[in-house]
Design a protein around this ligand. Structure first.
Ligand code: TYD
Length: 231
C-alpha cells in the first residue's frame, strides 16, 4: 500500500484548556515547515465549514441545557466531517497532519469530565473513525492548578469579546480534575502513542522536547514507508 500511496503522519495535541498546547502546536508547525515537510494544521471542534458551525454551538456559553450525550454526538459529528474533508485526504497525500485535539479530548472531557465513561467514547470512535488513530499524541500536562488558573484568566479576558467560546472554561474545578485524571489514564494505557510532557519546563524547553520526539518518530516512520524516497 505504501509503495503506491505513501501514507502521511498524524500528530495530535492534547491537554487541559490553558496547558499551552496551541502555542506548542504552532511552534512545531513552524519548525516542520522550515524543514520543508508538507504539513496540514487543523483543530477540533472546527477545521471545516460544517465543523466551525458545530464548534460555535458547542463552545458558546449561551448554549444552554446541552445534554452530555448531545455534546458527545456533536464532537463525533465534527470529527467525522474533519476526517472526511481534511485529515484523510491529507494523510493519503503523504502530509504530516497536526491536529489540536482529537478523540482523547472526547474521552477526557465527555468520558471523564461529563462522566459518560471511556467505553462509550471508544465504541463511538471505532464506529465513526474506524481504524484511524494518531501516530503520535503530544499530551501536555503542566501543573494542574497552574493550567486551571491560566484557563480562568483567559476566560475573563475573552468574556467581553464577541466570540464567546467559554462554555467549557466555565466548568468548576472537579470537572477539570476528572478531565485531568482521564488524560493520565489514557497516557498510562497507551504509552507508545501518547507522549506526556508533565510539569512546567517553559515554552522553549517543551518545544525542544516535542521537536526531538517528532523527529525521531518521523524518521522511524520514513524507514518503514517509502515516503523518504519522495521527500
Ligand atoms: P478550544 O478553544 O480548542 O480550547 P483550547 O484552546 O483550550 O484547546 O476549545 C475546545 C474545547 O472543547 C475545550 O474546552 C475542550 C472541549 N472539547 C471537548 O470537550 N471534547 C472534544 O472532543 C473536543 C475536541 C474538545
Amino acid at each position: 500500500m505504501y509503495a503506491e500511496n505513501p501514507r502521511g503522519f498524524f500528530i495530535t495535541f492534547e491537554g487541559l484548556d490553558g496547558s499551552g498546547k496551541s502555542t506548542q502546536l504552532r511552534k512545531l508547525a513552524e519548525r516542520l515547515e522550515a524543514d520543508n515537510l508538507p504539513i496540514t494544521v487543523t483543530r477540533q471542534p472546527g477545521g471545516t465549514r460544517t465543523g466551525d458551525r458545530i464548534r460555535a454551538l458547542l463552545l458558546d456559553s449561551r448554549t444552554e441545557n446541552l445534554a452530555p450525550k448531545t455534546e458527545l454526538g456533536l464532537m463525533f459529528s465534527d470529527r467525522a466531517q474533519a476526517i472526511a474533508e481534511v485529515i484523510e485526504p491529507a494523510l493519503a497525500g503523504g502530509r504530516v497532519v497536526l491536529c489540536d485535539r482529537f478523540t482523547d479530548s472526547t474521552e477526557a472531557y465527555q468520558g471523564g469530565g461529563r462522566e459518560l465513561g471511556s467505553e462509550l467514547v471508544l465504541r463511538l470512535h471505532a464506529a465513526i473513525c474506524g481504524e484511524l488513530q494518531p501516530d503520535l499524541t503530544i499530551l501536555l500536562l503542566p501543573d494542574f492548578e497552574r493550567s486551571l488558573a491560566r484557563a480562568r484568566r483567559r476566560n475573563q479576558r475573552t468574556a467581553s469579546e464577541s466570540a464567546d467560546e467559554n462554555r467549557f472554561e466555565r466548568e468548576a474545578e472537579p470537572f477539570y480534575r476528572r478531565v485531568w485524571n482521564a488524560y493520565r489514564q489514557i497516557a498510562a494505557r497507551e504509552p507508545l502513542r501518547v507522549v506526556a510532557i508533565e510539569g512546567d519546563a517553559g515554552i522553549e524547553e517543551v518545544h525542544r522536547r516535542i521537536v526531538d520526539v517528532v523527529r525521531e518518530r518521523l524518521a522511524d516512520h520514513d524507514t518503514r514507508s517509502p515516503r523518504s524516497s519522495h521527500a
